[in-house]
Design a protein around this ligand. Structure first.
Ligand code: PLP
Length: 458
C-alpha cells in the first residue's frame, strides 16, 4: 500500500462519527449499516487506487444518506418501461391515488375490520364488500382471500372434498409459476375427471362422466393460451342446466375477472363476472390484481349457501386477506361504480385504454427532456405493448417507445445501469437499444428518468 493510500484511509471518519452527523430521521440500525457499507466501499476504492484524494467527512455523510434514501429497502418502487401493463414480476397492478388515501386512512389506524358499528358487536371482515360486489356483479355473496389460487383451493376443498370434479381436457391449465389446475384439485382433496378432448368437449362428454361420486363441474378460463382451429365447448348455460339437474354446483375460475366490457378498447369479447353469473355459474373466482387493477386478492362470488360453507372452512383462516388489501380492494371496486371514472382512475384500465397517439405525445415529451444529455442517443419508435398477467395473450397494443442507445455503453450495460439507479428503471432491449414504453410510464415519472440518465452519463 502506498503512503498516500495509507493517509487517505486514515482520514476516513469512524462509524460513530458518521452516526452523529447523519440526519436523525433515518432509523439508527439502518444508518449504522449504511455507514459501515459506505466505509467498506470507500476502503476498497482507496486500496484499488480508484480513490486517490482525501474525502472530507461531510461528503461521506452525503454518501451514506444517499444510500439510506435510495437503497434502504429491498422492496422498492420501480419504473415499468416494459410496456407490459399487468407485469407479475413488477407487482402486477399499480393503484390509484384515491385507493392510497383510503388504505392510509384505514390500514394505518384502528378500523372496524371485524366490528359492526351498528350493533357494537363483533362483525365479519368479509361483510365490507358484500353491497358493492352485489351492485357490480349481481352476486348474492362474496368472500375474499389471498389470491385467486387460494380462492380456487378454498372453493374446491369446501365443495368437493373427496369427490370428483369434471373438467374439460382443454382447460387443464398451468398459470404462471406453479399453479396447475390438476394439482390444485388434487391438493384440495378432490379427484379430477377429465372430459372431452383438448380441442373439443361436448355437453354429452360431461353427461357421460357424471356419477354418484361427482361433486362439481369446473370451468377454467384458458387465460394464457388459446386453442384455435376446430374447437368446441358447451355454452355455460348448458353446463349450468346439467349441473343443476344433478344438484351440483358449476364453478368457474375466470382468472382475470372483468367487471367491464373491454371491447371499446379494441379487445376481443370476454364475458364479465356479471354475465357468467347470469348464465348460471354458482361460484365464480377471479384475481384482484389482473384486469381488475386492484391489490393482490382472490375474489369468490356467487350463491350464498355455498359461500356460507366456505366461511366455515378452517382453511379460510390460513388464506385470509389482511386489512390493507381489503381496504385497497374496496376502494378500487368503488371506482367501478361509475364506468367512466374506472377507465380514468384505475391505472391498469387507463394504461390499456391509452391510444397510440397518446403514447406518441408522451414519448415526444420524454424525448425532449432527455435530448440535452450528452452521449445518449434518443429516438422515438413505434412498437407494441402487452397486457400481461396471462390476459389476452395474443393481443398487442400499438404504442410508442423512447429508444435509448449510446457509444459509451452496450445495450445490456445500459439496461443494467438503468436497473441499478436510484429509482430502478426496467427497460426492454431490442436491436441494440433500450426501449422505454410510454404506455406503462406515468408523466410524473419523467423527471426520475431524466435524473437517472443524467447520473449514468455523468
Ligand atoms: C391468474 C390465474 C389464476 C391464479 O390467480 P392468482 O391471483 O395469480 O393467484 C388462476 N386461474 C386462472 C384461470 C388464472 O388466469
Amino acid at each position: 500500500m502506498t503512503k498516500e493510500a495509507q493517509n487517505i484511509l486514515a482520514s476516513l471518519p469512524s462509524v460513530d462519527t458518521l452516526l452523529k452527523k447523519i440526519d436523525p430521521k433515518f432509523p439508527h440500525g439502518a444508518a449504522k449499516e449504511a455507514a459501515q457499507r459506505t466505509l467498506k466501499e470507500l476502503r476498497q476504492e482507496i486500496l484499488a487506487g480508484t480513490q486517490q484524494t482525501v474525502i472530507d467527512h461531510k461528503a461521506v455523510v452525503t454518501l451514506v444518506e444517499k444510500q439510506l434514501t435510495e437503497k434502504q429497502f429491498s422492496l422498492r418502487r420501480v419504473i415499468n418501461g416494459t410496456g407490459t401493463v399487468i407485469h407479475t414480476n413488477l407487482g402486477r397492478s399499480s393503484l390509484s391515488p384515491q385507493v392510497e388515501e383510503q388504505v392510509v386512512a384505514t390500514g394505518f389506524h384502528y378500523s372496524n375490520l371485524e366490528f359492526d358499528l351498528n350493533s357494537g358487536k363483533r362483525g365479519s371482515r368479509y361483510s365490507h364488500l358484500v353491497s358493492i360486489v352485489k351492485k357490480l356483479t349481481g352476486a348474492e355473496d362474496v368472500l375474499v382471500v389471498n389470491n385467486n389460487a387460494a380462492a380456487v383451493l378454498l372453493v374446491l376443498s369446501t365443495l368437493v372434498p373427496e369427490k370428483e370434479v369434471l373438467v374439460s381436457r382443454g382447460e387443464l391449465v398451468e398459470i404462471g409459476g406453479a399453479f396447475r389446475i390438476p394439482d390444485v384439485i388434487t391438493s384440495s382433496g378432490g379427484k379430477i375427471v377429465e372430459v372431452g378432448t383438448t380441442n373439443k368437449t361436448h355437453i354429452a362428454d360431461y353427461e357421460q362422466a357424471l356419477t354418484e361420486a361427482t361433486g362439481a363441474l369446473l370451468k377454467v378460463h384458458t387465460s394464457n393460451y388459446r386453442i384455435i382451429g376446430f374447437t368446441e365447448t358447451p355454452a355455460l348455460s348448458e353446463l349450468a342446466d346439467l349441473a343443476h339437474n344433478h344438484d351440483l354446483p358449476l364453478i368457474n375460475d375466470l382468472g382475470s375477472g372483468l367487471l367491464l366490457d373491454m371491447r371499446p378498447f379494441g379487445l376481443p369479447y370476454e364475458p364479465t363476472v356479471k354475465e357468467v353469473l347470469e348464465q348460471g355459474c354458482d361460484i365464480v373466482t377471479f384475481s384482484g390484481d389482473k384486469l381488475l387493477g386492484g391489490p393482490q386478492a382472490g375474489i369468490i362470488v356467487g350463491k350464498r349457501a355455498y359461500i356460507e360453507k366456505m366461511k366455515k372452512n378452517q382453511l379460510l383462516r390460513a388464506l385470509r386477506i389482511d386489512k390493507m388489501t381489503l381496504s385497497a380492494l374496496e376502494a378500487t371496486l368503488a371506482l367501478y361504480l361509475d364506468e367512466k371514472e374506472a377507465l380514468q382512475q384505475v391505472p391498469t384500465l387507463q394504461m390499456i385504454g391509452l391510444s397510440q397517439d397518446e403514447c406518441l405525445s408522451k414519448a415526444e415529451q420524454l424525448a425532449a427532456m432527455l435530448q440535452g444529455i450528452s452521449e445518449v442517443k434518443v429516438a422515438i419508435e413505434k412498437d407494441d405493448s402487452k397486457i400481461g398477467g396471462g390476459s389476452y395473450p395474443e393481443h398487442l397494443l400499438p404504442t410508442y417507445v423512447v429508444a435509448l442507445s449510446s457509444d459509451k455503453f452496450s445495450a445490456d450495460a445500459l439496461q443494467e445501469k438503468l436497473r441499478l439507479g436510484a429509482t430502478p428503471i426496467i427497460s426492454r432491449v431490442k436491436e441494440g437499444a433500450n426501449l422505454l414504453d410510454l404506455r406503462t410510464i406515468a408523466v410524473e415519472e419523467f423527471g426520475l428518468i431524466q435524473a437517472s440518465l443524467q447520473t449514468i452519463f455523468g
